[in-house]
Design a protein around this ligand. Structure first.
Ligand SMILES: C[S@@+](CC[C@H](N)C(=O)[O-])C[C@H]1O[C@@H](n2cnc3c(N)ncnc32)[C@H](O)[C@@H]1O
Length: 300
């Protein structure tokens, strides 16, 4: 399909009043979305693919980061029997499927046709009961107060309008509901140290600054998130109950290859030790996981 554009001035909610949990069928959700116009550069890639997410060689620190990010986020959601859980920007629906297996009544929302196909494949292989909806985070096609829990992992900084997405998360949650948001921190210790080191080397070599380094946000990110920016987005709509950090030194030059040369057991011990520090220091960690409850107790 290509790309759809949103017009900030014409934010209109979908009319979902006639539906129960209000899930629109995959192929109907997008044509119903309002404001598919404008060209304010806020776009949604309807063909987004995760092929490029992992590098050809996955070093131990990166593998550890992804593994922990999933485990901690799913642990924070901890869906119990019959709870309705919405995974926003669900990608392959790996997390939604895992939460469904543990008893949640899971829904995955995803705009990319490719990712929806992959999610369907995963769900059918896995036998998990996940309902997929094709749609975007800024206009969730669900009635207010529908969900016990919302999960948004590694996706908020891909959204065209993250502020609207947060408002929508609060709207679709029940008053006592919980949102768990996990995101990369571009002001982590590893990234800060990496940036400073490279700036120093460049200055010594009298080279010009280069924006292509991997601690700059990738092309498919719309916002550069760190602890304060995330808090600023979330706090108008949520009370943050808990913030947890994962991993500390991804991004520090030489760290990945050093871990790769160490015996696996030793590098695992180093990563676990650093994780214990990161856990309490989310503003310096590579990944931030927050659990929050909606501020507005009214579901109207
Ligand atoms: C890095 S992936 C994360 C996927 C999944 N949550 C995971 O952890 O494996 C980001 C996802 O956000 C989706 N996305 C991008 N823009 C979106 C939007 N406006 N609304 C909802 N999802 C969006 C992308 O299509 C992609 O599948």
């Amino acid at each position: 399909m290509g790309t759809i554009y949103y017009n900030d001035e014409s934010v209109v909610k979908l009319d979902t009043s006639q539906q129960d949990i209000n899930r629109l069928p995959c192929d109907q959700a997008l044509p119903h979305c309002p404001g598919i116009m404008s060209n304010n550069n806020k776009s949604v890639d309807l063909d987004w693919d995760d092929d490029h997410v992992l590098p050809a060689k996955v070093y131990p620190d990166v593998a550890h980061l992804f593994r922990r990010m999933t485990a901690v986020t799913i642990g924070a959601v901890s869906a119990v029997d019959k709870e309705c859980v919405l995974d926003i920007g669900c990608g392959r629906a790996l997390d939604a499927a895992e939460l469904a297996v543990s008893g949640g009544h899971c829904f995955g929302l995803e705009p990319s046709g490719r990712m929806i196909s992959r999610a369907r494949e995963h769900i059918s292989k896995n036998g998990a009961a996940v309902s997929l909806t094709r749609g975007v985070s800024a206009h969730l096609p669900f009635r207010s107060g529908s969900f016990h829990k919302v999960i948004c992992k590694g996706a908020l900084d891909h959204f065209a309008q993250p502020d609207l997405a947060i408002a929508e998360m609060a709207r679709v949650l029940k008053p006592e509901g919980k949102a768990v948001i996990a995101t990369a921190n571009f002001e982590s210790l590893g990234f800060r140290a990496g940036r400073s080191l490279f700036a120093l080397v460049r200055a010594l070599r009298r080279e010009r600054a280069d924006n292509g380094d991997f601690w700059q946000i990738p092309e498919d990110h719309t916002i550069r998130l760190d602890y304060d920016t995330l808090g600023g987005l979330v706090k108008p709509h949520f009370r943050i109950e808990r913030s947890i950090g994962i991993s500390l030194l991804v991004g520090l030059p030489g760290w990945s290859s050093l871990l790769d040369r160490l015996p696996a057991r030793v590098s695992a011990m180093c990563l676990s030790a650093l994780d214990r520090i990161a856990y309490r220091l989310p503003s310096l960690s590579n990944v931030i996981v927050i659990s929050c409850t909606p501020r507005n107790k009214s579901t109207a």
